[in-house]
Design a binder for this molecule. Structure first.
Ligand SMILES: CC(C)(COP(=O)(O)OP(=O)(O)OC[C@H]1O[C@@H](n2cnc3c(N)ncnc32)[C@H](O)[C@@H]1OP(=O)(O)O)[C@@H](O)C(=O)NCCC(=O)NCCS
Length: 148
């Protein structure tokens, strides 16, 4: 079942931060980081996926003229595997293709579900960053997708 996508608002932050804790602890972003991201409306594109009035997923893109970056993507644990993550990613990539020739992202080296999702959307591994995630110290794989 799919969810409805819309731009993330400041009023979503409580729900987003709860998901952030569920999905990314201990490497969570703070409210201040999200507020800062949402204030940069020229280069940022943050979405939430809503089912009724519940935020069940979210994702964010940072896009410059020469390069875009998938900053984050997450779906509530009890709603994973329904296609919501793919729906969010496709929306980010459509926006990225309007703005930039290349999209980059980092993903935890042990996150095979996310890497598979990215590979099937045209991303390939271009490098590794040791200890990238903090405070956990987990390694990241860097992936890249060129606009077709
Ligand atoms: C990665 C994540 C966003 C994917 O969201 P999702 O809504 O569960 O994903 P979808 O249902 O759209 O499935 C995406 C793909 O992964 C596959 N998939 C989903 N769950 C899977 C699982 N447990 N095992 C294997 N494959 C799986 C689906 O078959 C689908 O394949 P497709 O690309 O061929 O269509 C979600 O699992 C998540 O939030 N994980 C925790 C946070 C995270 O790791 N974020 C990524 C940070 S880089």
């Amino acid at each position: 079942m799919s969810a409805r996508l819309r731009p993330m608002r400041l009023g979503d932050l409580e729900a987003v931060l709860q998901l952030e804790e569920e999905l990314f602890a201990p490497d969570t972003w703070t409210a201040a980081m999200y507020r800062d991201e949402l204030s940069r409306t020229d280069t940022r594109h943050y979405l939430v996926a809503e089912d009724g009035d519940r935020v069940v997923g979210y994702a964010g893109l940072i896009a410059y003229d020469d390069e875009a970056h998938v900053a984050t993507i997450g779906v509530a644990g009890d709603r994973q595997g329904e296609g919501i993550g793919a729906q969010l990613l496709d929306a980010l990539l459509a926006e990225a293709d309007r703005r930039s020739p290349v999209v980059l992202l980092e993903v935890r080296a042990d996150n095979e579900v996310a890497q598979g999702l990215y590979r099937r959307r045209g991303f390939t591994e271009v490098g590794r960053r040791r200890g990238y995630y903090q405070p956990s110290g987990a390694d990241a794989v860097v992936m890249k997708r060129e606009k077709l």
